[in-house]
Write a protein that binds this ligand. Structure first.
Ligand SMILES: [Zn+2]
Length: 154
């Protein structure tokens, strides 16, 4: 915060031209001159951007696309029929059949169980990068040079 050039109040300032002279004044005194531009509290905006960048991407767990083939191949490599396999993982035979024929996608819970029992990968973790947020974080505001930068550089 800086002080108004006219009344000395410590508040948010506007740059105004008063009788040909540039002054930083408060909103009350701004009425005396022509407002050139508002001095935005840009530092706040920048802090927000930093927080956005540091945000951990959300992880989404998904069943792999070829779960049916993977499970069937594994079962065959173990020399088991669907019936035996069903007993082995303590699920219904009809469920194994549906999964292997791509008619039924196993739940995450079931997929995790099968991963453990069969030692195959059935769940993949995908980072959910929100495209809008990422774009915003990378975006430069065009003006680039702020009052904060000016003070730092001097
Ligand atoms: Zn003032």
């Amino acid at each position: 915060m800086a002080n108004c050039d006219m009344c000395g109040n410590e508040t948010k300032l506007c740059a105004v031209e008063v009788e040909g002279t540039m002054m930083n004044v408060c909103s009350k005194c701004a009425g005396f001159g022509n407002v050139i531009r508002k001095i935005e509290p840009r530092i706040d905006i920048r802090t927000k951007k930093v927080i956005q960048r540091r945000q951990e991407p959300e992880i989404i767990e998904m069943i792999v696309e070829d779960y049916a083939g993977k499970i069937r191949k594994k079962r065959e490599s173990m020399g088991m029929k669907q019936k035996e396999f069903a007993r082995f993982i303590s699920e219904r035979e009809s469920l194994i059949h549906s999964i292997e024929t791509n008619k039924f996608e196993p739940s995450l819970k079931l997929a995790r169980k099968l991963e453990k029992l069969l030692r195959i990968k059935l769940v993949e973790e995908i980072e959910d990068r929100k495209p809008e947020a990422a774009a915003k974080g990378e975006q430069t505001d065009g003006q680039g040079f702020t009052l904060g930068d000016f003070i730092k550089k001097r």
